[in-house]
Design a binder for this molecule. Structure first.
Ligand code: ADP
Length: 177
């Protein structure tokens, strides 16, 4: 089915994203994964970190997929690289509502670009990068949630990103008592 673009934040890449990418490589002759650089949305991992983690995961999985970053509208980037399809994953009804409106908006902007949805394997149907960030920051083990080859790196990075509790107010000195 030609060339497809899988855009996302990948903040960080999870086993769910990898599942979608695997399915995409089976459907499309050429798949490009694109990390969105959206200054309006605060990400925890820098774009460079997200690109590196994705490239490490795809090299380990031996998947011949190009990984790039982009700014601006997804459909503009799809047209620029000659991708006719956008690949997206749908986990649940919440995703469906969001993804449907985004796909309709993208169709409005670029009628020739088609959005194709895939469902992940059941174990990943609850998994999001947000859950990974929010639990990993407090030291939760990420086994089964992010690919093994990057797990230790992501766990360390998230714990390091944990905000330090503000130091307790110093006790009043004896003179103040
Ligand atoms: P997230 O929603 O995890 O923060 P992204 O913005 O990077 O991640 O998501 C990019 C695309 O990948 C979206 O279409 C999203 O629905 C899909 N996706 C993310 N996690 C999964 C998953 N576990 N299973 C299927 N699709 C997923």
């Amino acid at each position: 089915m030609g060339k497809a673009l899988y855009p996302g934040s990948f903040d960080p890449v999870t086993c769910g994203h990898l599942d979608v990418i695997r399915r995409g490589t089976e459907l499309f002759g050429d798949l490009v994964v694109a990390v969105g650089n959206n200054p309006a949305r605060q990400a925890l991992f820098t774009v460079e970190e997200r690109l590196k983690l994705l490239r490490d995961v795809l090299a380990d999985a031996k998947l011949p997929v190009e990984v790039v970053s982009f700014e601006g509208l997804v459909v503009d980037f799809a047209r620029k690289i000659g991708a006719r399809c956008l690949l997206r994953g749908v986990r649940n009804a919440g995703d469906f509502e969001y993804e449907l409106s985004m796909a309709q908006m993208n169709r409005q902007l670029a009628p020739q670009v088609e959005t194709v949805f895939v469902m992940p394997s059941l174990p990943y149907s609850f998994l999001s990068a947000r859950l990974v960030r929010e639990s990993g920051i407090f030291g939760a083990p990420l086994k089964g949630l992010v690919p093994d080859c990057i797990r230790a790196e992501v766990e360390r990075r998230l714990v390091a990103a944990r905000p330090r509790p503000s130091s307790p107010a110093s006790p009043p000195s004896s003179k103040e008592k």
